[in-house]
Design a protein around this ligand. Structure first.
Ligand code: BJW
Ligand code: ZN
Length: 249
């Protein structure tokens, strides 16, 4: 077990150099340094002020679509002002370097902010959808909605139906292509990086164990312990925006 120090940074760089297939799972912590609150951090988390069980569920949307879509629109507005941070940029760089060196690379994110794509990552697997995609609950049409804020809550489709955010709420299935791609990457990889996620939400939280069971080395980058800390080979306790650039330096 190592902590945030030069040996850990070097160990991580060494694991990356020796890898032939890398899978990365990111969570809200990766975007924290961009100014987007995490979900479960006691002081700054979104859900320290709002009860997630009241907002991020299909039942909440059914009961009060205006309230729920207003909450998501506030997050779109805040997100639109945020930029990718050094951690996002480092992961995009890691993808370029890995692929140039013939190493397979897959970035799997639980984040709905699209900051990885803004930083230049490609083929990002979005497990929990996106804040920017909205779909009609009547006709099913889904499209990207970048203009902020909405003019009405809930926003309406041309067919008149209420539109909902294209995110995955509790009790809803993850997009099947995304979960299949994530599982395949976890099974294929020989190095799995878990970055900025508390590991409290399934099925994403199981990916690290899937990778471990197929023999991959595991690295965790997070200022706090998580549900995966016990199975990882290398722990780096610190913010990803500071640590990832050091690893790639
Ligand atoms: C830093 C940092 C810095 C700070 N640098 N790090 C098995 C067992 C038990 C329960 C279940 C189970 N399987 C399914 C369930 C139920 C449920 C679940 O998991 N519940 C748990 C709470 C127990 N799961 C589901 O319902 C899922 N659906 C499902 O399984 O469907 C099955 C089904 C099949 C067929 C038909 C029907 C159903 C869906 C889960 C959807 C989760 N959605 C959310 C909301 C998305 C929309 C929105 O944005 O509002 O996704 S919940 C929320 O949590 C969001 C996140 O993506 C997700 C993960 O959170 P994350 O990213 O880990 O954030 P935090 O805040 O928890 O952690 C931040 C971390 O960052 C911390 O560790 C910090 O220390 C760290 N950090 N600063 C690096 N600078
Ligand atoms: Zn419609």
């Amino acid at each position: 077990r190592e902590t945030w120090n030069d040996p850990a940074v070097q160990s991580c760089a060494g694991l990356i150099d020796n890898a032939q297939s890398i899978a990365v799972l990111t969570g809200a912590g990766v975007s924290a340094e961009s100014g987007i609150p995490t979900f479960r951090d006691a002081l700054t988390g979104l859900w320290a002020r709002f009860d997630p069980t009241q907002l991020a569920t299909p039942e909440a949307f059914a009961a009060d679509p205006a309230l729920v879509t207003r909450w998501y629109d506030e997050r779109r507005v805040a997100c639109a002002r945020c930029r990718a941070n050094a951690g996002h940029l480092a992961l995009a760089e890691l993808e370029r370097r890995s692929k140039a060196a013939g190493c397979r690379f897959r970035l799997i994110t639980q984040n709905v902010d699209r900051l990885h794509q803004l930083a230049g990552s490609s083929d990002v697997v979005e497990l929990h959808g996106s804040l920017w995609d909205w779909r009609c609950t009547h006709c099913g049409e889904q499209r990207e909605e970048r203009a902020v804020p909405f003019a009405e809550y809930p926003p309406r489709c041309h067919c008149g139906g209420p539109r909902r955010p294209g995110v995955v709420w509790f009790g809803e299935p993850l997009p099947s292509e995304a979960i299949a791609a994530a599982w395949a990457a976890a099974e294929d990889c020989d190095l799995f990086l878990s970055i900025g996620t508390s590991g409290q939400v399934e099925p994403a939280a199981s990916l690290a164990r899937v990778a471990a069971q197929t023999g991959a080395r595991l690295v965790e980058i997070n200022p706090q312990p998580t549900t995966q800390s016990d199975v990882v080979d290398l722990v780096m306790r610190g913010p990803s925006g500071a640590l990832l650039p050091l690893v790639l330096a």
